[in-house]
Design a binder for this molecule. Sequence first.
Ligand code: TEU
Ligand code: CA
Length: 546
Amino acid sequence: MNQRTWYKEAIVYQIYPRSFKDSNGDGVGDLRGVIQKLDYINSLGVDAVWLNPIYKSPNDDGGYDISDYLSIQPEFGTMQDFDELLLELHQRGLKLIMDLVLNHSSDEHPWFIESKKSKTNPYRDFYFWKQGKENAPPNNWPSFFGGSAWQLDETTGEYYLHLFSKKQPDLNWENAALRAEVYKLMEFWLKKGVDGLRLDVISAISKRTDFPNTDTLDFNETIRKYYSNGPRLKEFIAETRSKVLDQFPHVMTVGEGPGITPQNALDYLHEEDGLNMIFHFGHMFMDQGAGGRFDPIAWTMKDFKQVFKTWDDAFKKQGWGSIFLGNHDFARMVSRWGNDGVHWQKSSKLLITLLLSMRGTTFVFQGDEIGMTNTTLHSIAESKDIETQNGWLDAKRRGESEAEFLKKANYSGRDNARTPMQWTAMEDGGFSSGNPWMPLNKNTTKINVAQQESDNTSILSYFKEMAYLKKNNHALTYGSYQLLEVEDDRIFAYYRQEEKEKFMVVLNFSNESLNFPIAHKATKVIGNYDDVSAILRPWEALIYKF
Ligand code: TEU
Ligand code: CA
């Protein structure tokens, strides 16, 4: 259970290439841009890079609609650029985790172009096709991206399943011929020397293929009961091991799983025939009501702390957790969980303390190391995200005004995470010499790498100190996790202990000063205030060593 391995000790830096660095002035981030920033990435003290999809794609869903798994999206560069990036990463001792989207392809993939030609086409069963019912879709399943999860195709008069956008038809894993093709493309990337795979929506590769109507209006319940955790999930994951992964024992796999529960997580993570890790969404969906992302509900610190305890318990004896507070699919962590106003710097450092001291592999999203914040859309037309654009169509049908929906989109929409990386205090943030595909956040003049690199009190400097602390204290990696029960839920405190090495992490998730008995026999090893005070100050983060 606790055997030591690189991926358990790793700090993974997530790069959304479209928004990271543009090297050729076309306004779109690219692989050569990542190569240009490798020394910066290395300076963070991280161990691996997770690249969001870089394969050929019509870009209907930010590259998660792949039309050719074996070639690089031309906007991002060439396969030679990729080979150079991988070499340069390895030369710096950094590993590369690629993002494979195996639950669905693009509708412009040759497989789908063939599949939709006729009911007898050899590729027909690479996807899910069904007759409708009285001119309506085969069942009532809603798509993640608004509307029905079924699209009628005129040519053959049948519907095809797409849990996500119409341009992302679900691949039919029940079909062994399809699975064989998937294993070939996995092998292609692993043979190139890639060190890990992030498996997109892996929880849904086995779904309820009897396709009953969903019996709940709660979208996340529908995902859990009908789209994910299907009857053949363990079998399919075990087959990826026997057919491909077991030939590459050093490779790490992390499955992304909407709908995964603490009860079924270990179904995904068997040592001998499972994945290494999963991303769960316990905290990430906590503020989503029955209607999903654009149906926000209040969340409490009690729930937030409980999520970490529940999931740490799930992985106490087997499997391994992943720790993240944001990514390309969610609002910026300091805006969502912290305070991006008067306590912006302190709360950014507090969240970084959590990310790097919680038990599990840390995944930090580009820009969170400098406290990048949410952006503000002033109209839906400004959104570049199909989930927000389609969410608005649904909201309009419900009679919501654009202003009402914009408020929700600005709170939880994915555009927040996809504004270009803020490298310098210039208007263009040093991201591109051209017109950026998405406007930069207005605060790039105040929040940027250049300013923080030369300021040893900055969030960036604190990130590097925390990374160093984590890497040099095994108890923060392999130590047990024990939540401290405290009266005031605004205080999130926990122990990390391995044999005699014991740390206490104390986080004040509030704008108030609070009383907290400071451990006397302990030494402060890091904190986001320069001095030590008898009280816990607003957004104060402290780590003590006993
Ligand atoms: O996301 C799947 C997922 O977990 C969804 O909950 C996700 O948050 C999405 O925004 C719907 O709310 C993965 C990718 O991370 C996401 O970018 C893709 O859009 C999606 O799969 C489809 O490939
Ligand atoms: Ca470019």
